[in-house]
Design a protein around this ligand. Structure first.
Ligand code: ATP
Length: 216
């Protein structure tokens, strides 16, 4: 039976942190192939919403995502600097592998090939053997996206993926994300600080403030 794809669906998401309501009854949909931006002032709850949607924070309400749990690209890309780009990407496969082989540094050849192919998809073909610490900021963000791709989640959440990048790299990363939505059919929810970039790269724009979400 064919499964109907619906991307990401949040219904009635509520979250309180430190005794304060950060998210109040948030509902949103991101369709497969769509890029939706999440904007709002600092402290508005963008990271909290993305982390809750990724299953990293306990919350009220429902998260329904194709493939189960969405993949999350963290704000600071969270790479292990001493590992190679390929090694960092392979971490994305941990969810489907047992503990021991990766713990011993033995990755299945198919996963290594898949990691290389994810690196190629983000424009880093040939850089798999380079230490993450020796990559530029833009390249590191690409590695973080490749790691999310290796998870094979049809829903991708990205928390300010261009915050620390210069304008040219920021555009390149958002172009890459839009391509992954258009050609790969991913549903992408991305928090952004720059309205100009959101205008250019998002299909729809959402704004969050004081725990409430609305479409702009
Ligand atoms: N672990 C925590 N305990 C208590 N309060 C928290 C915790 N994490 C975040 N908060 C608070 O929750 C609110 C939302 O934070 P969040 O990081 O989601 O905002 P944001 O919109 O992503 O901000 P920024 O744009 O600065 O990254 C803020 O008021 C923050 O201080």
């Amino acid at each position: 039976m064919l499964e109907t794809r619906r991307g990401l669906v949040l219904r009635g998401l509520g979250l309180s942190l430190g005794g304060r309501m950060v998210l109040r009854d948030i509902s949103l949909d991101v369709a497969p192939g769509e890029v939706v931006s999440l904007e709002g002032p600092s402290g508005a709850g963008k990271t909290s919403l993305l982390r809750a949607a990724a299953g990293l924070l306990p919350h009220a309400g429902q998260v329904l995502a194709d493939g189960g749990r969405p993949a999350l690209v963290f704000q600071q890309h969270a790479l292990a600097g001493r590992l190679t780009a390929r090694g960092n990407v392979l971490v994305g496969a941990l969810g489907r592998l047992g503990f021991w082989r990766p713990a011993l540094g033995v990755w299945p050849a198919a996963e290594v090939a898949a990691a290389e192919s994810c690196l190629a998809r983000v424009g880093l073909a040939g850089l798999g053997g380079r230490r993450a610490a020796h990559l530029s900021g833009g390249q590191r963000q690409r590695v973080a996206i490749a790691r999310a791709l290796l998870q094979r989640a049809p829903v991708l959440l990205a928390d300010e993926p261009v915050a620390s990048l210069d304008p040219a790299n920021a555009e390149a990363i958002l172009t890459l994300l839009r391509g992954l939505a258009r050609e790969g059919g991913l549903a992408i929810l991305v928090s952004l600080h720059q309205p100009e970039l959101a205008r250019r790269f998002a299909d729809r724009r959402l704004r969050i403030a004081e725990g409430h979400l609305w479409e702009t």
